[in-house]
Design a protein around this ligand. Structure first.
Ligand SMILES: *Cc1c(COP(=O)(O)O)cnc(C)c1O
Length: 392
């Protein structure tokens, strides 16, 4: 890690393009040995050579050089003041929700990630933090949910699994006018395609387990604060709650992140081809992908993102057919999760959204025939012919 501020300035040019920042983020070279990757500081504590001049890091819960490198890295990519790394996406999300207090109210995207839904409706509810879920494709519904005790708005766009789009700048500016904090789960897009802080969002959250890590081998979460002052508050929560990411995992995540642009660009190209192929089939009830001409949120999405990502949901018509497809595909892994080098086919009704009451699930478009395809790096023609066989 480079501790000398001047050296950081020399290495770091914030005006550089995203692909360059992915490789040259300020602490990619060990300042002591010149090693070509950040060392894994597998230590819980740090010796005080001079009791009057304590070391920069004194205990790994409060700060670890490997984790610090990752935290600076994500802050640079999202364009925020400070970054934080957590043991999982849910550790990041739950820790940041602790900015709220008992009696507060939060407005949340209706089809928010299942784990976030569970956190809000069970744990935070018990702590007297109240939630209203709204369809955020309509700004008026967001405005109507405002209460006297509303403190924050929580967005997820595109949403999961039906890929609905929220107008981030519109919600953020309305929230700012009303003194509300804005949070956004940017897992599906990553900072490569979407940088919500540029749209006025206060805190960006990630399940880094997905596209950022990219290899289905590390569980991690990240948060980025737009301002130093919010950063100090999150730091206090991260240290106070101890929800930190370990040094090995921090290193592994950085290893994955270096190839983010190459992976995303490749997967997106394949996803577009797959979405169009599905869209042209008469035996598919619906295809959800923000890159399709007929996607209702496409124009808004294009105004705030530079790409469409690699996740497609589609409805094969019935639960029986969905299960048949799941048992017949041979290339994708059939699993929960997304955003990896290998394609992942999920079944929301029985996996991510199994805990949701049937009626609520249907209301949100998560039908029994809905499948979610996270497109990996395999040859797209192989993926299509595999899916073609599974569908026929
Ligand atoms: C997976 C996921 C999470 C939770 O992250 P974990 O790393 O599994 O804790 C949160 N939000 C979204 C959109 C996700 O896909």
């Amino acid at each position: 890690m480079i501790e000398d501020a001047k050296k950081i300035e020399q290495t770091l040019d914030k005006e550089r393009k995203f692909a360059t920042k992915l490789l040259h983020f300020g602490s990619e070279i060990d300042s002591v040995t010149g090693a070509s990757s950040v060392p894994i500081y597998q230590a819980s504590t740090f010796h005080h050579h001079d009791i009057y001049n304590p070391p920069q890091h004194d205990y790994s819960r409060s700060g670890n050089p490997t984790r610090q490198a990752l935290e600076d890295y994500i802050a640079l990519l999202e364009g925020g003041a400070r970054g934080f790394a957590f043991a999982s996406g849910m550790a990041a999300i739950s820790t940041v929700f602790m900015l709220l207090s008992a009696g507060d109210h939060v407005i949340v995207t209706e089809d928010v990630y299942g784990g976030t839904y569970r956190l809000l409706t069970t744990i935070l509810k018990r702590m007297n933090i109240e939630t209203t879920f709204v369809d955020m494709t309509d700004l008026n519904l967001v405005k109507e949910a405002l209460q006297e005790n509303t403190k924050a708005v929580y967005m997820e766009t595109p949403s999961n699994p039906t890929l609905k789009i929220t107008d981030v700048a519109a919600v953020a500016s309305w929230a700012q006018d009303n003194g509300l904090l804005t949070l956004l789960d940017n897992t599906f897009m990553t900072p490569y395609y979407q940088r919500p802080i540029e749209q006025g969002v206060d805190i960006v959250l990630h399940s880094a387990t997905k596209f950022l890590g990219g290899h289905s081998d590390v569980l991690a979460g990240l948060a980025v604060a737009r301002t130093e002052s919010l950063g100090r508050q999150i730091k206090q929560l991260q240290n106070g709650m101890g929800t930190v990411l370990a040094p090995q995992e921090s290193w592994l995540l950085m290893r994955g992140m270096k190839t983010l642009e190459a992976r995303m660009a490749h997967s997106e190209k394949s996803a577009a081809k797959l979405a169009n192929w599905l869209n042209d089939r008469a035996d598919i009830e619906a295809v959800y992908y923000p890159g399709l001409e007929n996607h209702p949120g496409r124009a808004v999405h294009e105004s705030q993102s530079s790409g469409y990502g690699a996740v497609i949901s589609f409805d094969v018509g019935s639960g029986e057919r969905a299960k048949e497809v799941l048992s017949r595909v041979r290339i994708p892994i059939v699993a929960v999760s997304l955003g990896a080098v290998e394609s992942i086919l999920s079944y929301p009704a029985m996996m991510s959204h199994a805990a949701m009451p049937h009626s609520v699930r249907l209301e949100r478009g998560i039908t029994d025939g809905l499948l979610r395809f996270s497109v990996g790096l395999e040859d797209i023609d192989d993926l299509i012919s595999d899916l073609n066989e599974a569908l026929s």
